[in-house]
Design a binder for this molecule. Structure first.
Ligand code: PBG
Ligand code: ZN
Length: 304
């Protein structure tokens, strides 16, 4: 009589790619996660695919960062190179790219700064160039995570104008300003050098605002909408699932992963049991897709 069943097909595995060859740097706050050069990322992608996980999402750590995030849309940039190599090796693995500027800006903010503030509209131009360069490299899905207003519409228009009408947009639609992103910022080397992200990410105290954010993104052309983080926001996942008729993704973020790993290392929690309970709860709340650093481990467990 079980109502909710997990399968490896529910998962999307996040990966961090760095320049170089033979690189596999452990991320200290995220045990079993690595920054990998493209050659190793291809190997990991093969493992992911063989476990029945249908998709990965790529984050890039570039060689150079600057004020204007120019390496974000370099056709030979780190993500663009990784997309080409992984597509070549695994044409049937769905490749999602994270579209944001924080990994590429010297100040670590998700947008372009003008007069000490994040400037929404000039950021849209750069995000669109970035998404287009990912599509040209062969990305199947682009996933804007910046939370600027109007970016989904802008990206959709540029992709369509350039002939990429089949490239899907997965928008980080309800993305909260969360302390659970802490470990990710080590992994992606993207912590803001000053201030915080509260001028563009959502207030964790707000519930109805999530529905307004999701509605806007769907109107602008989002094909899949995401709620992020997942575990402390199961009510939002449920609301979004009930209110709209598009696929809903949920991001089981770095801090949700690290706290389970840390407690398990101390012998305070049973990692496998807690992992499956958390992932099941996210699906039960309404997620059709779950982005999770546990994807490989959970898929192995489900297969055994
Ligand atoms: C970049 C981005 C972040 C995450 C995904 N894309 C960090 C942030 O907004 O600070 C977080 C993912 C995680 O914590 O696992 N905009
Ligand atoms: Zn960002």
């Amino acid at each position: 009589m079980r109502e909710t069943t997990l399968t490896p097909q529910d998962f999307i595995y996040p990966m961090f790619v760095v320049p170089g060859k033979g690189v596999k740097n452990p991320i200290s706050s995220m045990p079993d996660c690595f920054q990998e050069s493209v050659d190793n990322a291809v190997k990991t992608a093969k493992e992911v695919f063989s476990l029945g996980i249908p998709a990965i999402i790529l984050f890039g750590i570039p060689e150079n960062k600057d004020e204007k995030a120019t390496s974000a849309y370099d056709e030979n940039g780190i993500v663009q190179t990784a997309v080409k190599a992984i597509k070549d090796a695994l044409p049937d693995l769905v490749i999602i790219t994270d579209v944001c500027l924080c990994e590429y800006t010297s100040h670590g903010h998700c947008g372009i700064i003008k007069n000490g503030k994040i400037d929404n509209d000039s950021t849209l131009e750069v995000l669109a160039l970035e998404a287009l360069s990912h599509a040209r490299a062969g990305a199947d899905i682009v996933a804007p995570s910046d939370m600027m207003d109007g970016r989904v519409g802008k990206i959709r228009k540029v992709l369509d104008d350039e002939g990429f009408t089949d490239v899907v947009i997965l928008s980080y639609a309800a993305k909260y300003a969360s302390a659970f992103y802490g470990p990710f910022r080590e992994a992606a080397q993207s912590a803001p050098a000053f201030g915080d992200r509260r001028s563009y990410q959502m207030d964790p105290a707000n519930r109805r605002e999530a529905l307004r954010e999701v509605a806007l993104d769907i109107e602008e052309g989002a094909d899949i909408v995401m709620v992020k983080p997942a575990l402390a926001y199961l009510d939002i996942i449920s609301d979004v699932k009930k209110s709209f008729h598009v696929p809903v993704a949920a991001y089981n973020v770095s801090g949700e992963y690290s706290m389970v790993k840390a407690a398990a290392q101390l012998g305070w929690l049973n990692e496998e049991a807690v992992m499956m309970e958390i992932l099941t709860s996210i699906k039960r709340a309404g997620a059709d897709l779950i982005l999770t650093y546990f994807a490989k481990k959970a898929a192995k467990l489900l297969k055994s």
